[in-house]
Design a protein around this ligand. Structure first.
Ligand SMILES: [Zn+2]
Length: 243
């Protein structure tokens, strides 16, 4: 055997065995490299997409934060407005007792000469034209409606104010527009000013009793000066009497 020949053939043999696999390996490595490059490109793209998304999220979050801040500011503004409105409403709230009619004070509350049969005038006289509307001085229930005697046509209304009973009387009316047992809101119309009973000209005689109605021709009895009650229990009256 020729060693050279045999060497060559062995080399060839080895070569023929290794070469294809080396070639294949080289090809494979090239393919892997391409794969890797492709993957790298893909990853870069994904990264870019992620960055874009992150920026979007950041912008979205910023937007949400701004919206939240704006909403909070608006809410704060609304709370302030609500507070103002509440104060305005409280200021506009009707008095506990208000003047029942607009007119001219023709006789005040207090001692009287006695020429009309009483030495104490336990109400206010509000002079106005016949037909001038009369309103309930406070929310309550009509306890009596009468059409004769010194008071002429008159109405009694019972009220509960801060847990206490009060009674108001409206006398010398021209027309009565309520019935006994009827419940009224403050300021609801009850009739018209007139000149019925012991009256020498159209006016409303208005009495305020602390508790039930009780009459005294010579003292205040349980009456109070309506002007004081309006002042004590109320404030500015929505129905202003012009005195
Ligand atoms: Zn009077």
């Amino acid at each position: 055997m020729n060693p050279e020949t045999s060497d060559t053939s062995l080399f060839k043999q080895v070569l023929s065995t290794i070469l294809p696999s080396a070639k294949a390996e080289a090809a494979e490595s090239e393919e892997t490299k391409r794969d890797l490059q492709a993957k790298q490109a893909e990853t870069t793209q994904s990264l870019k997409a992620l960055e874009t998304k992150q920026a979007d999220v950041k912008a979205e979050r910023q937007k949400a934060r701004s919206a939240h801040v704006a909403a909070y500011k608006q809410l704060k503004g609304q709370a302030a407005q609500l507070k103002d409105l509440k104060q305005q409403t409280a200021a506009l709230a009707p008095d506990k007792v208000m003047m029942p009619a607009t007119g001219r004070l023709s006789q005040g509350y207090g001692p009287a000469s006695g020429q009309f049969g009483y030495t104490f005038h336990n109400g206010l006289d509000i002079a106005a034209n016949v037909g001038t509307p009369i309103y309930a001085a406070a929310a309550g229930t009509v306890t009596d409606v009468k059409s004769g005697g010194p008071y002429g046509k008159h109405v009694f209304i019972e009220h509960e104010i801060d847990g206490e009973k009060w009674t108001t009387v409206y006398a010398h009316m021209h027309k009565i527009e309520v019935k006994t047992g009827q419940t009224l809101l403050q300021g609801e119309g009850i009739g018209q000013i007139g000149n019925t009973g012991n009256s020498s000209g159209p006016h409303l005689h208005f009495e305020v009793h602390q508790g039930e109605y009780a009459y005294s021709s010579s003292s205040a009895g349980n009456t109070v000066d309506p002007m004081d009650v309006v002042e004590v229990l109320g404030g500015a009256s929505p129905i202003k009497a012009t005195y």
